[in-house]
Design a protein around this ligand. Structure first.
Ligand SMILES: *Cc1c(COP(=O)(O)O)cnc(C)c1O
Length: 225
């Protein structure tokens, strides 16, 4: 199957999952995760109108940005090391892997110097030690005020990667916990944290059922890595 065919298949599955969840499909954004795939392959998705792309490494993303249309909306979905902040701020529509106050402060500082507002997601660790990076939920609750005081950041919502599980069904409790945390933080902070970035190729339908507003899909569109 071509990238165009796989993309169409994902869009149709996404629409059915939204319908089953009683949601409308425009509430759910599709981020095509293009990491490891060369610009020639990625451009096949862009040709189909897929303009939101996710990359997990700054350098690789910048190289592809130079080769692909300017209208593409790039999201950094991998961890951001503090020594790469200067390279990343302003180069991505959104930095999704913000997992500490120190990192948020560093991004805020550079955004301030550039005179821009940088949209970010706060990455949250749901489900304990198995999950990689992210704020612990209680830590996020206590840090929220400091995060909200960073005036050069636009905090869009939460991003989460559930711990490895065997079936998408087993990931559901992690997705629902992320949604509940998002709601709790919105209330505590008095701000609408509207967005929830969760769900990948293997579990996006479950994530949509639990309220995901952005699914990050790589292999189901571009093939195995
Ligand atoms: C690679 C990656 C994805 C996409 O994973 P697939 O299983 O290929 O869909 C989503 N989110 C993050 C953070 C990733 O690193």
């Amino acid at each position: 199957m071509s990238v165009a065919q796989r993309l169409a298949e994902v869009q149709s599955q996404l629409a059915s999952a939204a319908e089953r969840a009683g949601r409308t499909v425009d509430e759910i954004e599709l981020l095509a995760v293009s990491k490891t795939f060369p610009a020639e392959i990625v451009s096949q998705a862009i040709a189909e109108g897929q303009m939101a792309l996710g990359e997990n490494r700054v350098q690789e993303a910048l190289e592809k940005q130079a080769l692909l249309p300017e209208e593409v909306e790039w999201h950094l979905i991998g961890p951001l090391q503090r020594n790469k902040v200067r390279k990343a701020v302003g180069k991505f529509a959104c930095l999704q892997g913000v997992d500490s106050l120190k990192l948020a402060q560093a991004i805020d500082r550079v955004a301030g110097e550039l005179g821009i507002t940088q949209p970010i997601y706060l990455q949250v660790k749901i489900g304990g030690e198995d999950t990689k990076s992210g704020f612990e939920a209680p830590e996020l609750v206590s840090t929220l005020e400091s995060l909200l005081s960073l005036s050069n950041l636009q905090i869009e919502g939460l991003m989460t990667i559930p711990p490895p599980v065997d079936t998408a069904e087993e990931a559901r409790p992690y997705f629902s916990a992320a949604r509940e945390l998002r709601d709790q933080l919105s209330e505590a902070g008095g701000i609408p944290l509207a967005k929830l970035s969760m769900g990948m190729s293997g579990d996006y339908q479950a994530a949509i059922a639990e309220g995901s507003t952005m699914v990050r899909i790589g292999s189901a569109i571009f093939g195995g890595r």
